[in-house]
Write a protein that binds this ligand. Structure first.
Ligand SMILES: O=C(C[C@@H]1CCCCN1)Cn1cnc2cc(Cl)c(F)cc2c1=O
Ligand SMILES: [Mg+2]
Ligand SMILES: [Mg+2]
Length: 567
């Protein structure tokens, strides 16, 4: 490819709307252009990177026994009604009607479609296990699309679905895909971690997310410094802290606490540690209201609340709802005297002796509050968000906290969809059995962006050589110097003959502009042909990962390049 023909519209300035470095650099280096909010064009360089990432993914999926298909993007509502999910997803689902006014959606995922396909084609145990996958656009009408390709409304996903005889074989498939994912993200040159994750609305049990470590990541993860424990903080298990010394139970008392609303105000006013305060939070779970108690100095974890009280829509109750239940405002609420409200308490609340909580009366709190004597709870569970400094729930060593970009997720679905859509097989005794499923997603376009998040410097992108859009860029310093042009063209030809993906910057531009562009678009090897080449056969050989160039003899360049690219 010659730069003079290439559509690589690099920008001098950084677009203001881009907040994170990958969004800024992908725009500035001419890799993507915005079509609408969360909708992008992949320009030629980005498309080449996508094809490489997809190539690595296909290699591992095929090696794992996957068969590639291409499923419909337009999905009939009937299947989502049959699976019970048509109503579950609200505005996030792009819905369309055809000319006969029939309902469809643009595929946000493909469990229904693939299960419908398999129920029609699989009838015997001999046909299992079966792994089908696709690499295709997905559509999710994100409320706040942002960060460029990181959170788009149209994005590329690889989704594989596994079909097995039983749970035991599903477990094997899960492990095969888990290993394949480790290979994929390693080959892409990413620093990543698989973490235990929340299976969310789709149910099922075990799931792991593959997180690319980056400070701009939306997810927060913990990983142990000494064992293999790693988890999304949404589900990271917390070890309850027990009070050091025990104390005599005292009689409950109502005390006046005018305008003392927050835990810290109460703690200061009553001279009582926040860890002895009982924080009461009210949630609406579908039509019901529930109360959650946690220690005053802790943070609620709504994903864990969802786990002990499964529902479709969980959210903090409004002030009006709190008022109607407790006759008081949020700063003065507590569990004592609560009527027909299910109360769940975090594990640490069980150890609060002579605690403090709101009196369910504005301007008053209760002190010396004790479990079972003054209030009862439905059950105790781990309901809080893990905090820095806490210990590994598996080995009690210290935990590291990091932010991550979720680039993949693997799920054990079990029979969640095969039951709903009646996807069965006849076993070796002719008995009808339900197929056991798993699903395995990779955000392909998100992986491209995450790679840039992790691989950049003040000059631009630093593509790992396995997925770079081109492997080598040749820059003749002056296209007016015939000898430099001849040497550049000759090297360009030699490298191409060896199968190297090389771009020649033949533009009639100042050398400085060419160097800046080469660094910005992040090509791994930069070869500069200048006066020194014409005079004493030396070229400047610079790796994008190295701060300085080295001088290499013109004749050695091809071998040196091949050695670098193949190592
Ligand atoms: O997609 C998954 C699970 C796995 C992920 C890997 C590949 C196969 N699916 C979960 N999920 C996420 N957002 C969604 C958004 C909408 Cl609007 C929807 F209708 C459905 C879903 C939905 O089911
Ligand atoms: Mg998740
Ligand atoms: Mg996910």
């Amino acid at each position: 490819m010659r730069m003079s023909n290439a559509l690589i519209p690099t920008l001098r300035s950084t677009p203001a709307e881009a907040e994170i470095i990958s969004h800024q650099l992908l725009l500035k280096a001419g890799f993507i252009r915005r079509g609408a909010a969360g909708i992008y064009t992949y320009m030629p360089l980005a498309y080449r990177v996508l094809k490489k990432i997809e190539g690595i993914i296909r290699g591992e999926m095929d090696n794992a026994g996957g068969q590639e298909v291409l499923l419909p993007i337009i999905q009939p509502a009937e299947l989502w009604i049959e699976s019970g999910r048509w109503q579950v997803y609200g505005d996030e689902m792009f819905r369309v009607k055809d000319r006969h006014n029939r309902d469809f959606c643009l595929g946000p995922t493909h469990e229904e479609i693939i299960t419908d396909l398999v129920r029609g084609e699989v009838s015997s145990y001999r046909q299992l296990p079966l792994y089908l996958y696709q690499i295709q656009n997905k559509y999710r009408d994100e409320r706040r699309p942002r960060f460029g390709l990181m959170r788009g409304r149209e994005f590329i996903m690889k989704d594989l679905y596994s079909f097995d005889l039983n749970d035991e074989n599903l477990d094997k498939s899960y492990k095969i895909m888990y290993k394949a994912y480790e290979n994929i993200f390693t080959k892409c040159g990413l620093n990543f971690r698989p973490v235990e994750a929340d299976s969310g609305a789709i149910g099922g049990s075990t799931t792991h997310e593959f997180m690319v470590l980056a400070d701009s990541g939306e997810a927060e993860i913990v990983y142990c410094s000494s064992c293999d424990y790693a988890a999304n903080t949404e589900i990271a298990a917390c070890t309850p802290e027990k009070p050091k010394d025990s104390e005599e139970l005292k009689e409950i008392q109502k005390v006046e606490t005018p305008d003392q609303k927050t835990i810290n105000e109460i703690s200061d006013f009553l001279q009582i540690s926040p860890s002895k305060c009982i924080k009461t939070l009210f949630f609406t779970a579908d039509e019901e209201v529930i109360a959650i108690l946690i220690r005053g100095d802790r943070t609620i974890n709504e994903i864990k609340v969802q786990k002990i009280h499964p529902c479709n829509n969980l959210g903090l109750a409004s002030e009006e709802e709190v008022q109607s239940i407790t006759n008081s405002s949020p700063g003065f609420v507590g569990p004592v005297g609560l009527k027909n409200v299910k109360i769940y308490a975090d594990l640490e609340v069980e150890h609060i002796i002579n605690g403090v909580c709101g009196a369910n009366e504005d301007g008053y709190h209760l002190i010396n509050v004790n479990l079972n004597k003054d209030y009862k709870v439905e059950c105790f569970a781990d309901l809080r968000l893990i905090e820095e400094g806490e210990l590994c729930p598996k080995c009690q060593e210290s935990l590291n906290f990091a932010r991550g970009i979720e680039v993949g997720q693997v799920f054990k679905l079990g029979t969640r969809y095969s039951e709903a859509l009646n996807a069965t097989y006849l076993d070796s005794n002719g008995k009808k059995q339900i197929i056991h499923m798993g699903c395995y997603g990779i955000g392909v376009s998100r992986t491209l962006a995450a790679t840039v998040e992790q691989n950049n410097d003040e000059n631009g992108i630093i593509w790992p050589k396995t997925i770079a859009p081109y492997q080598v860029i040749i820059i003749p310093v002056s296209v007016k110097d015939e000898e430099q042009v001849r040497l550049a063209e000759e090297l360009y030809k030699q490298l191409q003959e060896k199968g190297v993906e090389v771009i020649l910057d033949d533009r009639n531009e100042r050398a400085g502009v060419k160097f800046k562009d080469a660094d910005l678009i992040g090509i791994p090897v930069k070869i500069t042909i200048g006066k020194k080449t014409a005079e004493n056969n030396m070229i400047e050989y610079k790796l994008r990962t190295e701060p300085e160039f080295i001088e290499v003899n013109y004749e050695e360049v091809v071998q040196k390049t091949l050695a670098y690219l193949n190592d």
